[in-house]
Write a protein that binds this ligand. Structure first.
Ligand code: PLP
Length: 385
């Protein structure tokens, strides 16, 4: 099988697995217990916290371990909104966020009367920092703009948006779930106050994430109970997964430069090959300012799902966009926000590379994809012959 869906999830790196293993059957203590076994678990959690903090150029007490990227996003939005209810009820976000942010904001509006501004993006999926500045009101309590888009790979100008947020004294959250394995995470350079990460996008386990919260940022817990994570996220610490999260992030960041260089070359070969050989094809997302592993396209006159099935028959695993939206009849909200007409947005294909992919994998896709697309297009009465 050729796996080209690393934006959906990644395999666990064997080095990560090895680091996690002892914490199931040998070092299985509860990190809150005071005897030696518990203290050992506590040490592992705090070491992991320090590792993550160092990578983010943050303090360990600013790192909260969560159950996934979705929970981190929920905690950032609800946590800040609840804590800021005396200040205002207006949240600024973009029209291309992952549903973990978008649907959370929508619920805040629908059920609790919050006002949400969904900023437009340009045809490449870039948010204009000037639009952020123009949307700010006296009631604005949070700005949430993703670091890199999960469907089209576009990287957002976080530092510029961060400078706007700082000037107005408004907390700035970024969903960095797709960026964690391949982009700089220095929270001061990025100018962010909250940042979400997820382990399974960077060769760690599914079901563990991080929320960075800058000291002084208003935040109420959304999961209440025990006093874990300094009372900000209750629940017995998932020690093996927390160790896995930190190990995966450390390895990804250490190996980032070489991995990015290799994957960007494969990505560019894929993009150039597809655009040259597939009829009625267009690249989606920014031509250069995009994740090193993301090659995403739209093809006219076909359904993305049909391509996926045909690729699957050839042993190639890919996606039409976000795994979280599979089965939704509507075309992707990201592609329509880029100005792509709905009919065209239905023919989306996302190929997301990973560190085990080779040039042979890319060439195999380039060998089979044009034929698949042409065959499907030939079935459409709309396709010009
Ligand atoms: N945000 C983005 C940009 C994502 O791509 C994903 C993953 O699909 C998430 C959030 C959710 O992360 P998790 O799967 O850990 O809940």
């Amino acid at each position: 099988m050729i796996y080209l869906d690393h934006a959906a999830t990644t395999p666990v790196d064997p080095r990560v697995m090895e680091a996690m293993l002892p914490y199931w059957t040998e070092k299985y203590g509860n990190a809150s217990s005071i005897y030696a076994l518990g203290r050992e678990a506590r040490r592992a959690v705090e070491k992991a916290r320090q590792t993550v903090a160092d990578i983010l150029h943050a303090q360990p007490e600013e790192i909260i371990f969560t159950s996934c990227g979705t929970e981190s996003d929920n905690m950032a939005i609800r946590g800040v909104a609840w804590a800021s209810r005396d200040k205002g009820n207006h949240i600024i976000t973009s029209s291309i966020e992952h549903h973990a942010v978008g649907h959370t904001c929508a619920q805040m509006a629908r059920e609790f009367g919050y006002e949400i501004t969904y900023l437009p993006v340009d045809r490449y999926g870039v948010v204009d920092p000037a639009d952020v500045a123009a949307a700010i009101t006296e009631r604005t309590i949070l700005i949430s703009i993703m670091y890199a888009n999960n469907e089209v790979g576009t990287i957002e100008p976080l530092a510029e948006i961060g400078a706007v947020a700082r000037r107005h004294g408004i907390p700035f959250h970024t969903d960095a779930v797709q960026a964690g394995g391949s982009l700089d995470l220095d929270v001061d350079r990025l100018g962010v106050d909250l940042l979400s990460l997820s382990a399974h996008k960077l060769y760690g386990p599914k079901g563990v994430g991080v929320l960075y919260v800058r000291r002084g940022t208003p935040l109420l817990p959304i999961v209440t109970g025990g006093s874990q994570e300094q009372g900000r996220r209750a629940g017995t610490e998932n020690v093996p997964y927390i160790v896995g999260m930190a190990t995966a992030l450390r390895l990804a960041q250490e190996e980032m430069a070489t991995t990015n260089q290799r994957l960007a070359a494969l990505r560019d070969r894929l993009i150039a090959g597809v655009l040259a050989s597939v009829p009625h094809a267009a690249l989606t997302g920014h031509p250069t300012h995009r994740l090193a592993n993301n090659a995403s396209f739209v093809f006219d006159y076909i359904e993305g799902e049909a391509i996926l099935l045909q690729l699957d028959l050839q042993g190639i695993a890919a996606s039409s966009g976000s795994a979280c939206t599979t089965g939704e009849p509507e075309p992707s909200h990201v592609l329509t926000a880029l100005g792509i007409p709905p009919a065209r947005a239905h023919g989306a294909l996302r190929l997301s590379l990973g560190k085990d992919n080779t040039r042979d994998d890319v060439d195999r896709v380039l060998a089979v994809l044009p034929g698949i697309v042409e065959k499907l297009q030939a079935m459409s009465p709309l396709c010009p012959r």
